[in-house]
Every structure is written in structure tokens, then in C-alpha cells.
Design a protein around this ligand. Structure first.
Ligand code: SF4
Length: 228
């Protein structure tokens, strides 16, 4: 397990819990708006795992949970062993994933290890590679989401409403998804660091908060548990 960043205490990353957030490097997607570009391009730090474990052991009485995010955590070969350690320390664990590894999620569900999941559904299936790079496909993400439903897991699905998605795209996405327990539309924010060739995409103006809320209202017939 490689940890490249740690927010020692957060009130916003794990709903209702005070949580430590761990960032792992590497991702199999290449979203132009990635806010953690340094985790993808090899310029990231590495925090010794012993330091992370020592910190979490000391804070076990003060923190409720640990959020594992990235990058893409399901690419870490010892993810399950690491989460088992966190559970033995008494932590609630939330895993953020791009949904590309349904088999890893199935293993986690079968071991009943995570208390909450957040999965990004980033584009309609016809535009997935355009938004997330040529390695990406909606199929695996939908498989992941269906597994979470099948195992009755606590999870939310999130979409960052980038300017490249229009209303028709969002309706298509809401219809492609099964009805999920919580669907969140997030407003696009320009990343500070991005690839030079992505500049024209990155520089497009974000939708306003009001427009995102209107979009959520428009999608409610398909996804009744939507918020923005
Ligand atoms: S899936 Fe997440 S970590 Fe990976 S490139 Fe996209 S935004 Fe970045």
C-alpha cells in the first residue's frame, strides 16, 4: 500500500464522521479535470506506511473513520489487507473509486470490509473515453454499482458536471444508472495542474450552482435520490 498524502482530520470527506483521508498514487484513468494530477505523473511524495499506521493507531480514539482515495485505490495490490488492519483498529472505512475494478469491489463486499463507498459515474457510456481517457469504459463502472446494490452496501454515486456534459448527456447517464441510494452532482472546478493539451477543455466555464441544481431537478424522475 503506497500512501502519497494524508489529511489528518476532515469533516467533509466521510458524511457524518471525523475522518483521516489517505491519498494513494496511480490511476488507470486520465480525466482531464483530475485534481490530483501529481498522484498520476509520478511527482507525488510517499509517506512511509509505518508512519501512517503509527498515526492512525495513536488517533484511533479521536477519529471515527478513514477515507481511502486517490488516484485509484483499487489498483493497490494489498488494499484488502490494509483495510483489514484499519478495521482491527476500530475505524469505519470509506473507499472512493472510479469503479473500474468490479472484482476488487466484489472481494471487499464479500469480506464485508468497507462501511461506505463513493463511485464516480463520469460520463454517458458513449462519452466515457472522451472524458476519462482511452482506458476507461462505463461498463465496469456500472458493474461496480450493480454489485454495491446487490450487496446492499452504503454508497453514493457522484458526477462532476464538467462543461463538456450537456443536459442530454446527464439524462442519458441518469437512465443508464440503476436507481441508486444517493446520487450527487458536483460542480466542476478548474484544476490547478493539468496536461498542456487539455488546456482548451479545462478552461471552459463551469456551470453555475443554480444550473447544477436545475439539472438535478431535471434528473429526479430517473434518480429520485439526487442532490446537488
Ligand atoms: S479517476 Fe479520479 S484520480 Fe483517476 S484521473 Fe480521474 S479524477 Fe483523477
Amino acid at each position: 500500500m503506497i500512501v502519497s498524502g494524508m489529511v489528518k482530520s476532515s469533516l467533509i470527506d466521510y458524511p457524518g464522521e471525523v475522518a483521516c483521508v489517505l491519498f494513494v498514487p496511480g490511476c488507470n484513468y486520465n480525466c482531464f479535470y483530475c485534481h490530483n494530477r501529481s498522484l498520476l505523473d509520478g511527482t507525488h511524495d510517499v509517506i512511509p506506511l509505518a508512519t501512517v499506521v503509527q498515526f492512525l493507531t495513536k488517533r484511533a480514539d479521536l477519529l471515527d473513520g478513514v477515507v481511502i482515495t486517490g488516484g485509484e485505490p483499487t489498483l493497490q495490490s494489498d488494499l484488502i489487507i490494509f483495510i483489514q488492519k484499519l478495521k482491527l483498529m476500530g475505524y469505519r472505512v470509506k473507499l472512493d473509486t472510479n469503479g473500474s475494478n468490479p472484482q476488487v469491489i466484489k472481494d471487499l463486499l464479500q469480506a464485508n470490509l468497507c462501511d461506505m463507498y463513493a463511485v464516480d459515474y463520469k460520463a454517458p457510456s458513449c462519452k466515457y473515453s472522451q472524458i476519462c481517457g482511452s482506458n476507461s469504459t462505463a461498463d465496469t463502472v456500472l458493474q461496480t454499482i450493480n454489485l454495491l446494490l446487490q450487496y446492499n452496501a452504503d454508497f453514493q454515486v457522484r458526477t462532476t458536471v464538467v462543461p463538456q456534459l450537456d443536459q442530454a448527456d446527464l439524462i442519458r447517464m441518469a437512465k443508464e444508472l440503476p436507481v441508486v441510494p444517493h446520487y450527487v452532482l458536483n460542480r466542476y472546478r478548474r484544476p490547478e495542474k493539468f496536461l498542456p493539451y487539455d488546456s482548451p477543455k479545462v478552461m471552459q466555464s463551469p456551470y453555475s450552482h443554480a444550473t447544477i441544481r436545475q439539472m438535478a431537478d431535471m434528473l429526479r424522475p430517473y434518480q429520485p435520490n439526487i442532490s446537488a
